[in-house]
Design a binder for this molecule. Sequence first.
Ligand code: NAG
Ligand code: NAG
Ligand code: NAG
Ligand code: NAG
Ligand code: NAG
Ligand code: NAG
Ligand code: NAG
Ligand code: NAG
Ligand code: NAG
Ligand code: NAG
Ligand code: NAG
Ligand code: NAG
Length: 434
Amino acid sequence: MLLQAFIFLLAGFAAKISALMTNETSDRPLVHFTPNKGWMNDPNGLWYDAKEGKWHLYFQYNPNDTVWGLPLFWGHATSNDLTHWQDEPVAIAPKRNDSGAYSGSMVIDHNNTSGFSMILLIQDKDAWQSGLIILQKVKNNTLAIPLMVVLGYQYECPGLIEVPTEQDPSKSHWVMFISINPGAPAGGSFNQYFVGSFNGTHFEAFDNQSRVVDFGKDYYALQTFFNTDPTYGSALGIAWASNWEYSAFVPTNPWRSSMSLVRKFSLNTEYQANPETELINLKAEPILNISNAGPWLHFASNSTLTKANSFSVDLSNSTGTLEFELVYAVNTTQSVSKSVFSDLSLWFKGLEDPEEYLRMGFEASASSFFLDRGNSKVKFVKENPYFTNRMSVNNQPFKSENDLSYYKVYGLLDQNILNCTSTMEMWFLQIPTS
Ligand SMILES: *[C@@H]1O[C@H](CO)[C@@H](O)[C@H](O)[C@H]1NC(C)=O
Ligand SMILES: *[C@@H]1O[C@H](CO)[C@@H](O)[C@H](O)[C@H]1NC(C)=O
Ligand SMILES: *[C@@H]1O[C@H](CO)[C@@H](O)[C@H](O)[C@H]1NC(C)=O
Ligand SMILES: *[C@@H]1O[C@H](CO)[C@@H](O)[C@H](O)[C@H]1NC(C)=O
Ligand SMILES: *[C@@H]1O[C@H](CO)[C@@H](O)[C@H](O)[C@H]1NC(C)=O
Ligand SMILES: *[C@@H]1O[C@H](CO)[C@@H](O)[C@H](O)[C@H]1NC(C)=O
Ligand SMILES: *[C@@H]1O[C@H](CO)[C@@H](O)[C@H](O)[C@H]1NC(C)=O
Ligand SMILES: *[C@@H]1O[C@H](CO)[C@@H](O)[C@H](O)[C@H]1NC(C)=O
Ligand SMILES: *[C@@H]1O[C@H](CO)[C@@H](O)[C@H](O)[C@H]1NC(C)=O
Ligand SMILES: *[C@@H]1O[C@H](CO)[C@@H](O)[C@H](O)[C@H]1NC(C)=O
Ligand SMILES: *[C@@H]1O[C@H](CO)[C@@H](O)[C@H](O)[C@H]1NC(C)=O
Ligand SMILES: *[C@@H]1O[C@H](CO)[C@@H](O)[C@H](O)[C@H]1NC(C)=O
């Protein structure tokens, strides 16, 4: 791995590697759930069984092929720690071979007010595009003010959850999620959300701003857990880590698609989207429980990096998952010439082929952090025009001191870090992590 830059102070690069391994030589991720075989899409019916201390994840599942198709089942996986998942037998089968058990959620009716102890809300075939309508039919929730929904084709997998604020966890607001496909700003599938209040029947958004849960291309059909273990947090969710634009072509076998990590949500009430507004925004933190991870290793703290003075970290003896945290600073008194693309880049090289790498970095005059996943020897990456190679997100300093503005980036590479075809999860959020 190589760090290269035009005049950046590298305040710190820390990495943590866990030797968690599977017995496969394939590209199967280690901490992102994948089914043993077959096709998977949306997570469904997430809930926590407090009696057993077990987390349940269901998902849209076609065990007979690695592409979506009927009959469609609810697959099932369980976990004791929200990191390691055990694939379980199929949980719900459709009535007929030409139909599906579509996306839905799970509600435990503790007081048995419905007369069913457990309620499954599942979309039927006719309601494929109208999850919101199903929610209204069942619970009769209505929206009090019109929301500024991004105009897309299909709206599905709505969710409503109380999320604590970061500034005061005893205070919370309600967040409504909606999945839209196609219609994402970056193309294909994405998740939109609204922040507001909920009185048991009516959700009222605080404003009509359109907010995006994740600016990356692979975060769809977010669902949150019904009931949680409070030591992990109260608002926890999983999304499908793919995009309908290319999900059917991703080169894995004998399974296709993975889930995101579990993310813990909170609301940041101080984020300023622009000088005129103060907004409440969702913040997400990954949940990772890896007991055999090594200690954080610190590299090159307080180094001034230039293009000529780059820095490389040799991780060639390591396999498993790689977590990293990059902290860097820009000297704000030095004006960076716009004619020079001034970037701080990390190049994760493939061991076998120096031409194969994953690049990410920051560009000072754009104040944006980017990811470039286009340099892989896997044909699909080069040939699929929808597999967006480059993504970026606004990155704001978490601290300014003297002449320096400090930035922080956290990332996780899952599976053998040296051949970079594995699952990459970056937090493409609007909010700077402090
Ligand atoms: C290897 O993985 C497969 C699939 O998860 C599992 O069935 C098998 O028991 C594993 N074998 C060993 C030796 O761990
Ligand atoms: C990744 O590396 C492993 C271990 O060297 C190897 O078995 C596997 O074939 C590699 N995968 C790709 C896609 O190069
Ligand atoms: C698909 O898989 C299910 C579950 O394994 C099985 O019951 C069913 O017969 C299969 N259907 C077809 C058409 O292969
Ligand atoms: C579904 O398909 C499987 C495999 O082709 C077949 O064995 C089974 O009888 C079919 N079931 C129904 C209800 O049509
Ligand atoms: C169940 O009923 C009890 C007693 O009426 C009440 O305090 C509690 O809030 C109810 N729980 C739920 C989840 O509605
Ligand atoms: C819930 O209520 C229904 C209808 O009154 C009843 O049949 C069922 O046994 C109750 N479930 C539990 C767990 O008490
Ligand atoms: C839902 O609310 C609407 C409008 O208030 C009402 O007409 C309808 O009967 C309600 N449906 C249920 C199932 O309560
Ligand atoms: C919830 O809000 C709606 C719209 O403001 C109102 O009509 C309804 O009576 C409220 N319900 C409760 C239980 O306060
Ligand atoms: C959006 O919200 C603002 C402030 O609440 C309001 O003035 C405006 O009319 C709303 N716009 C729409 C299209 O609803
Ligand atoms: C980095 O440099 C600053 C200022 O020279 C110093 O205060 C700080 O201790 C250094 N940090 C490390 C990790 O060396
Ligand atoms: C990798 O392991 C080999 C053999 O143990 C050792 O000689 C080499 O120094 C190690 N390389 C690094 C970068 O740790
Ligand atoms: C920032 O740049 C200015 C102008 O080149 C220089 O005088 C100052 O020492 C720099 N600050 C730091 C902390 O490097």
